[in-house]
Design a protein around this ligand. Structure first.
Ligand code: COA
Length: 373
């Protein structure tokens, strides 16, 4: 066996996939052959969810049926509502989703009558409900019905969050953002889902692993950290000084850099344009201007480019989404990619089990407890 060591598995091909192309030269990012630029401009999130989970873009009848199924699955079982009420108001929203996913797995386990496609759809439909049921219960004591007249998930999430019909621009922005976040090959959380699936564990366990992995600031948590960064500055000039100081201290700037994309993240230009549009529409350009100044400095000084998380921060903020919900919105989208990968892993399974270089002590004799110092 040819054994090489690659910390963080950098550059290692760990499997085959037909779901997306990340960093393949000249191809940007495609989901099952379709460019994310086309999808983000023309498609509804549900079309992309169908493409990823069921393997192809739906025709009109399939899309209508898919949407109808998702709408009926927005209501949470009573047991899960009780669980969500027990979680403290101080819990991080990612902990709420991780726990909600795990609890639902105990209440509606995978079975012959609730197969992997049914579980995937149930999770797509119900993650916004889990988060916002918990949110409103702890904020006002209200036990919301988690229903809305919104057909699409983007509008449904905003309607549940704000308790009113969302405006068109915010709905379109969140729709495009969900599409951009929906899938990204063997990223850390997807890999984590595939590792769990490779032990032949259940679907919910694989997704719970993925949520825990996404939570970290080097992965999905970066959009939340980017928001904390850009709101520290009251002007682009202040941002410039602050970023130079951070670079001097060798601090990481969240929302920049990528393991695979070294020249540019193809998703960034799309979300940046949405951030500009909503900033102009709201008459509040500060966060956008601060973000752009930071982008220019990082490009000039470090050759680093923003990833999808960076301009998502200002864009989400201007849609009225609380910062702690930024990474959960990523979950609402990425559940499609995770599901597609779990299904793909199961179809051609091989247990993931790498090996390690041992760097511990040499073998030594056991010492009786009385003789230990
Ligand atoms: N801010 C400042 N410097 C950064 C940086 C950032 N966000 N990202 C990378 N770098 C620098 C590193 O310090 C390193 O510099 P050095 O060679 O002088 O030590 C160099 O760029 C290579 O970075 P490295 O951390 O080895 O790359 P990686 O492939 O391991 O990391 C990330 C990829 C995503 C983990 C990394 O870019 C990062 O931590 N980004 C911030 C978190 C983030 O936005 N995550 C979301 C990813 S979609």
């Amino acid at each position: 066996m040819n054994v090489t060591y690659s910390p963080g598995l950098e550059g290692v091909i760990a499997g085959e996939t037909a779901i997306s192309t990340v960093g393949k030269e000249g191809m940007g990012l495609n989901y099952r052959g379709y460019s994310i630029y086309d999808l983000a401009e023309h498609a509804g999130f549900e079309e992309v969810a169908h493409l990823l989970i069921h393997g192809r873009l739906p025709n009109r009848d399939e899309l209508d049926a898919f949407r109808t199924r998702l709408i009926t699955m927005r209501v949470l079982p009573e047991g899960l509502r009780h669980v969500l009420e027990q979680l403290p108001p101080t819990a991080h929203p990612m902990d709420v989703l991780r726990t909600g996913c795990s609890a639902l797995g105990a209440m509606e386990p995978e079975s012959a009558g609730h197969n992997q496609y049914g579980v995937a759809e149930r999770l797509v439909a119900s993650f916004p409900a889990m988060l916002l049921y918990w949110h409103h219960f702890h904020k006002t004591g209200e036990r919301i019905a988690t229903k809305s007249p919104e057909k699409g998930l983007a509008g449904h999430f905003l309607a549940l969050l704000h308790g009113k019909t969302p405006d068109d621009l915010a709905r379109q922005l969140v729709n495009a953002s969900l599409i951009l976040y929906a899938e990204h090959e063997f990223n850390a959380s997807t890999f984590s889902a595939r590792v769990t699936a490779s032990t032949l564990s259940d679907f919910y366990s694989a997704v719970t692993s993925a949520i825990g992995t996404l939570r970290g600031p080097l992965h999905g948590g970066a959009n939340e950290e980017a928001m904390k960064l850009i709101t520290r500055f009251k002007s682009p000039e202040e941002a410039e000084n602050g970023i130079y100081e951070m670079l001097e201290r060798k601090e990481k700037i969240m929302g920049f850099g990528h393991r695979v994309y070294k020249k540019a993240d193809p998703r960034s230009a799309v979300i940046k344009e949405w951030s500009r549009r909503i900033s102009e529409a709201s008459g509040n350009m500060l966060l956008y201007q601060v973000s752009e100044r930071i982008e220019n400095i990082l490009q000039k000084e470090k050759g680093l480019y923003p990833n999808l998380d960076f301009y998502s921060a200002s864009a989400y903020h201007l849609c009225g989404i609380p910062t702690a919900m930024f990474t959960p919105v990523f979950v609402f989208a990425r559940i499609c990619g995770w599901s597609a990968h779990i299904i793909e892993q199961r179809a051609a399974n091989r247990l993931y089990r790498p090996i390690a270089n041992y760097i511990g002590p040499e073998p030594m004799p056991y010492v009786a407890i009385e003789e230990r110092t």
